[in-house]
Design a protein around this ligand. Structure first.
Ligand code: ZN
Length: 167
């Protein structure tokens, strides 16, 4: 396994809609393993393929490892099947926009369907931080970042101190 380089916004790859993974090849497994390694090293709790320069619909997530319990999950071709009516805002960071936290309003619960690396289909309701994470990572697969959830003024304010370009 190896740690991959995380691309930083405004890399154009972060604004593209990613293509489906489809059939799971050995390269898909290697990519997912490297993405998990990269996420743990960052350190982060979620990482989407376009954040490592791969325009495919795949993300990895582990919402509990920072509390000492590793539970890696790989989402291949995920989709949101249902969203709750209650909207809540959380302050969201992003490994591709270091140093910038954005308040993003989102449904507090979502049902997500995906396949794992063995091709098995899953469907699960996520809530709390996991719901935020799933929606944040799925946004990446659709070329959307946290900054796209705020108006132009707020965005300019947030970016005033952003050093991503010089990194
Ligand atoms: Zn992100």
């Amino acid at each position: 396994m190896s740690v991959l380089q995380i691309v930083r916004w405004p890399d154009p790859g972060l604004t593209e809609v990613c293509a489906p993974v489809g059939e799971i090849a050995p390269e898909t497994r290697a990519l997912a393993e490297n993405m998990l390694e990269t996420m743990y090293a960052a350190p982060g709790r979620g990482l989407a393929a376009p954040q490592v320069g791969v325009q495919r619909r795949l993300f990895v997530m582990d919402v509990t490892w920072k509390e000492g319990k590793r539970a890696p999950m790989v989402f291949v071709d995920p989709e949101i099947l249902w969203s709750g009516d209650t909207i809540v805002s959380h302050s969201e960071g992003c490994l591709s926009i270091p140093g910038i936290s954005v308040e993003v309003p989102r449904p507090d619960r979502v049902r997500c369907a995906w396949r794992d690396l063995e091709g098995r289909a899953h469907s699960q309701v996520f809530e709390g931080f996991a719901a935020v994470c799933v929606q944040h990572e799925l946004d990446h697969l659709n070329g959307i970042v946290t900054l796209d959830h705020v108006d132009a003024d707020r965005r300019a304010e947030l970016l005033a101190d952003y050093d991503g370009l010089s990194a």
